[in-house]
Write a protein that binds this ligand. Structure first.
Ligand code: BGC
Length: 394
């Protein structure tokens, strides 16, 4: 009897010991899981080779991925966004930025796909401007005008890239030094552009620059968006809102006339949400000059720093993109010059109006337009410009 009791006691003891070990292990698993989740919630950056330019320069690609699965790919050639995957309303991640598969295609002639634009976003009339009585001559690379920084603008140079991982975000810091008189612009310009992907599906673009001589500057980002995720579709069904009471009318060569025009009662009124298709073929002189929308909107509340500028919504996918900026203007360009000659990622070609750009910036030709907000940068000053693209679904 005594032995039986002893046996039972030993058995119970073993049982307790087992339960204790199991509990401890469970706790350990929980901790591990917590560690894993924290790890997974970091926005990760991976680096790979993208190829070499015809001049033999190595081009790297950086892939930023956030906790939810949003992914942005950037190459060092032109600081170009080659792909941006955002979720639709059923959680499908698809690329919403027009791009190419290879470096060959990026280095061939193309309309600034995904590129950083500098030193001057959009046109400067006749490729000329003066500062302190001195005249500067730039490349006339768009008819008689200068466009997007010239023959070899910031879209075609190799940027130095440094990844930086934060708590809820990851950044790619791109730097480039543009020498004095590069593409005809005065001053040695040190430029830093930081792309940051956050876990809340925001993607920020922050620009900074300093110069050693008085110069002009107007940087922007030239991603073509198609929120449907299907590049064989046009963007005509996208529903747009732009927080601007006025826009910048242009002449036949897309150079600002110098006036600012009210959007009221024109196809340029996007104060209330409106489908692109509604006004893009309107019988309107400005629409005809742009071949659709290719104009700079004068954003409201210019003294309030970062504020809502515009949004785009694609009803079928439910994808919604909001843009916030501290810039005075935004070029809304509806891909009117895409002509079906460039190969689309995933097959087919990029046809007319299969992408749109929201280029936050100062107005075109500002160096020659005294009434426009100034684009002059002096030595000792820092040029700062910020834009945030926020992705969600509706
Ligand atoms: C301009 C268009 C130009 C395009 C180049 C846009 O920013 O507004 O006029 O054709 O860039 O692809």
């Amino acid at each position: 009897m005594k032995n039986i009791r002893k046996g039972l006691f030993a058995f119970a003891l073993m049982g307790f010991a087992l339960i204790f070990v199991q509990c401890k292990n469970e706790k350990k698993d929980e901790n591990n899981q917590a560690e894993d989740t924290a790890e997974n919630q970091k926005v990760l950056i991976k680096k790979s080779d993208f190829g070499t330019t015809p001049e033999g320069e190595l081009v790297e690609m950086f892939t930023l991925t956030n906790a939810g699965g949003m992914e942005v790919k950037v190459i060092t050639y032109g600081g170009r966004i080659t792909s941006l995957k955002a979720p639709d309303k059923i959680g499908n991640y698809e690329d919403v930025v027009l791009g190419f598969d290879s470096i060959e295609q990026y280095t061939k002639d193309n309309p600034y796909f995904g590129a950083l634009i500098g030193r001057y976003g959009n046109r400067i009339a006749q490729g000329r401007f003066s500062l302190d009585g001195e005249e500067y001559e730039l490349a006339q690379n768009n008819g008689e005008n200068h466009l997007h920084g010239g023959e070899k603008g910031f879209d075609k140079v190799i940027w130095n890239a440094t990844p930086e991982e934060g708590e809820n975000s990851s950044s790619l810091v791109l730097t480039y030094t543009s020498e004095d008189m590069e593409e005809g612009y005065p001053g040695k310009l040190d430029v830093t552009v930081t792309y940051t992907l956050f876990n809340d599906n925001s993607f920020d673009v922050n620009y900074e620059a300093t110069t050693d001589k008085k110069t002009v500057i107007n940087l922007t980002q030239h991603a073509y968006f198609n929120l449907s995720g299907d590049f064989s579709e046009t963007i005509l069904d996208h529903i747009i809102k732009i927080n601007a009471d006025k826009f910048v009318p242009v002449d036949e060569n897309l150079i600002p006339t110098g006036d600012l025009m009210d959007v009221e009662d024109t196809p340029f009124d996007f104060l209330e949400t409106k489908e692109v298709a509604e006004g893009i073929n309107a019988d309107n002189e400005q629409i005809q000059r742009g071949g659709g929308y290719d104009h700079n909107w004068v954003l409201n509340n210019q003294d309030s720093g970062m504020r809502f500028a515009a949004s785009a919504y694609e009803p079928e996918s439910g994808r919604f993109m909001e843009v916030y900026t501290d810039e005075p203007g935004m070029q809304f360009y509806t891909g009117n010059f895409l002509d079906g000659t460039l190969p689309a990622q995933g097959g087919g070609n990029y046809e007319k109006r299969t992408g749109f750009c929201f280029e936050t910036q100062h107005y075109p030709d500002s160096p020659n337009q005294e009434s426009f907000p100034s684009v002059v940068l002096e030595p000792g000053e820092t040029y700062v410009s910020n834009t945030s693209f926020k992705f969600s679904v509706k």
